[in-house]
Design a protein around this ligand. Structure first.
Ligand SMILES: NC(=O)c1ccc[n+]([C@@H]2O[C@H](COP(=O)([O-])OP(=O)(O)OC[C@H]3O[C@@H](n4cnc5c(N)ncnc54)[C@H](O)[C@@H]3O)[C@@H](O)[C@H]2O)c1
Length: 412
């Protein structure tokens, strides 16, 4: 399928570096409103650049638009793409207001177009394996999930030096204005919704713990840098999701069932380790004495939460960036394209993206909403619940080989 990119900044490199995993996607051109970005992108990747968005929409021949612009542009760019008759895959969030995201979904539906949004990490091998373990009852009935999306104090790191492989600077001002929750909550929200269905009730809290991010932005330009959301899913499972830029880096997930606990260490790694422990948090070893020794060794250590049996699962062969984001970014658009080609609906399409966007917006700006909040959006869960998007994954990504290749080293 012919695709085009709008927004040639930091994340666009991640898509370019992973497009090779999906040769069925043919990039016919790109556009950025910033001339410097346009020149840099063209020089590094040899991509055909368009001088205007209109020219790209009307003459590129693209059927699928990748909207990789900053969140404040997502609504306008996606809307224009849909109105021009293109399917759209947008970076997260779908829009910066719930009503705008709803409008985009309506336009897509009216025109029979596919619309989906990042992140697509619920299609990764780690998420799929975790979903399968949950669905097959490995830990009994799931009762509680703790999901951490803590990025640490990146504003105290040397972020001014961070660059993508093509030389795009990390957009710190935009990141701090948009907020860590809108940037990151979607990762685990999409996994959890894929596993446990739509959220029916949220109680969220958000705060700005640091008024100075070292970028010269006044406090009123800075978003909340902490959120904690308590979620109740339609299946009855409850979860706590924390997102922030203050507590130490931690992107782990702990799924607690009636018969055991599954812990995954890193949301941004398609090959993240997954550990199994018993319900009391101990490693059931044979002989049992070994577990006791491990327990004693782990006591008080920071990594004690994943002291358990490491589960084996098939790794994909997809190339991933050699950064902290070890994900096949192009898998999301590839899965969308596969659904279009096959003439079937996306397992996790526009309704799903709207639901994730609504939850992230409510968590980011929790003070603006009465709590508990009942989401106005929902989505139908695919009949197969053995993990997120299994059917689409088979179309969009390689399964069954070792996942051991990385490309394009960058600091983040
Ligand atoms: N930076 C990351 O590590 C990262 C990782 C995953 C996802 N994302 C997501 O990717 C998206 C983009 O982030 P980024 O880090 O690449 O930002 P960026 O600022 O580096 O790049 C965005 C680019 O979009 C261009 N742009 C903005 N509005 C436009 C418009 N209306 N028309 C044409 N071009 C436009 C900008 O000029 C800029 O070059 C965000 O939604 C972000 O949440 C970022």
């Amino acid at each position: 399928m012919k695709i085009a990119i709008v927004g040639c900044g930091f994340v666009a490199d991640y898509y370019m570096l992973t497009l090779a995993n999906h040769p069925e996607l043919e990039l016919v051109g790109a556009f950025d409103r910033d001339e410097v970005a346009r020149r840099r992108f063209a020089a590094h990747f040899g991509v055909t650049m368009f001088d205007s968005f209109d020219a790209l929409l009307s003459t590129s021949g693209a059927e699928l638009l990748l909207n990789l612009t900053n969140p404040s542009s997502h609504y306008d760019v996606t809307k224009a793409g849909l109105l021009a008759g293109l399917h759209v895959y947008s970076e997260k969030p779908l829009a910066m207001a719930i009503a705008e995201a709803e409008e985009l979904v309506s336009i897509a539906r009216e025109r029979g177009l596919q619309l989906a949004a990042a992140p697509c990490s619920y299609l990764g091998e780690a998420a799929t394996a975790l979903g399968r373990e949950i669905a097959t009852g490995r830990i009994g009935e799931v009762r509680l999930v703790y999901a951490e999306m803590e990025d640490g104090m990146v504003f105290r790191e040397r972020h001014a030096e961070w660059q993508s492989p093509s030389g795009a600077p990390w957009p710190s001002r935009d990141e701090f204005a948009v907020g860590a929750t809108l940037e990151h909550a979607g990762y685990y929200l999409s996994w959890l919704c894929a596993f446990f269905g739509p959220v029916v009730e949220v109680t969220a809290f958000a705060a700005r713990c640091f008024d100075d991010k070292g970028t010269g932005q006044p406090p009123e330009e800075l978003a909340n840098d902490l959120s904690v959301s308590c979620l109740r899913f339609s299946s009855g499972v409850v979860a706590r999701l924390s997102c922030g830029l203050v507590a130490p880096k931690d992107r782990s997930l702990h799924v607690i069932g009636t018969e055991g606990i599954l812990s995954l260490t890193e949301a941004w790694d398609y090959a993240s380790p997954i550990y199994l422990r018993d319900v009391t948090g101990h490693w059931q070893t044979r002989p049992a004495i070994l577990g006791k020794v491990f327990e004693r060794l782990a006591r008080g250590r920071p990594l004690r939460h994943w002291f358990g049996r490491r589960l084996a699962y098939a790794r994909g062969s997809a190339r991933v960036p050699g950064t902290s984001s070890r994900m096949d970014f192009a898998r999301g658009p590839a899965v969308l394209a596969a659904a279009v080609e096959a003439g079937r609906p996306l397992e996790f399409g526009a309704d799903f993206a709207l639901h994730i966007t609504e939850l992230a917006l409510v968590a980011q700006n929790a003070g603006d909403y009465a709590m508990p909040y009942r989401p106005r959006s929902t989505f139908s869960r695919p009949p197969v619940s053995a993990g997120g998007g299994l059917q689409d994954l088979e179309h969009g990504g390689a399964v069954g080989k070792r996942h051991d290749r990385t490309v394009g080293e960058a600091p983040r």
